[in-house]
Write a new protein. Structure first.
Length: 191
């Protein structure tokens, strides 16, 4: 149920997922996404979890800018753009490489922070290209991990899309064993 305290902003329905619905509101001439947890969903603390990780990752320019949260919702800057998978279909190789490198860099930062985003093996609706920059969304399932898999999962997705050279498989194994900057740079060179 959409939060009563935000009804005055005349929410517009945008989309729904497994655990939430997303609306867009305008506050002081700025657009915000309001992600509302669906009632009766078993997943606990998804709003609190997403707010926590979004605040942390915003410090590294990852994710949409966090605004606030309530009992059953989180609010952040609305990112208008195109999903990554659709976006790459009609772009030049140079543009695609630039965006992929940026996404990998964000994945690397999360790996270093020991934050696992999840869902990166198939990030169909988790990366939006906005003003020629990738913005990751949907951090409700993030968690701390001794062995985060953001870089490796995203590269597995790139392999399926033929956007990274097959030699990456061996280097990804090395990276998995030793998440060093040099191993990461070897991966980036294969884009």
């Amino acid at each position: 149920m959409f939060p009563k305290e935000l009804m005055k902003y005349k929410p517009e329905y945008l989309a729904k997922g497994k655990r939430s619905e997303v609306y867009v509101i305008k506050v002081d001439n700025k657009l915000y996404a309001v992600k509302v947890k669906k009632e009766g969903i078993g997943a606990k603390n998804t709003v609190k979890n997403e707010a926590k990780f979004l605040k942390i990752l915003n410090k590294y320019n990852i994710g949409p800018k966090f605004k606030n949260k309530g009992k059953n919702y989180i609010m952040y800057e609305f990112v208008k753009g195109e999903f990554f998978v659709g976006w790459i279909k009609n772009k030049t190789r140079k543009n695609i490489v630039k965006i992929i490198k940026n996404i990998l860099l964000q994945c690397r930062i999360m790996d270093k922070l020991k934050i696992n985003k999840k869902e990166f093996h198939k990030p169909i609706k988790h990366i939006i290209i906005y003003k020629n920059k990738p913005v990751m969304i949907d951090f409700e399932r993030c968690y701390y991990s001794g062995k985060p898999k953001n870089v490796t999962q995203f590269c597995q997705f790139l392999l399926l899309m033929n956007k990274i050279k097959p030699e990456a498989i061996e280097i990804l194994k090395e990276y998995k064993e030793n998440e060093s900057d040099s191993n990461f740079n070897k991966i980036v060179k294969l884009i």
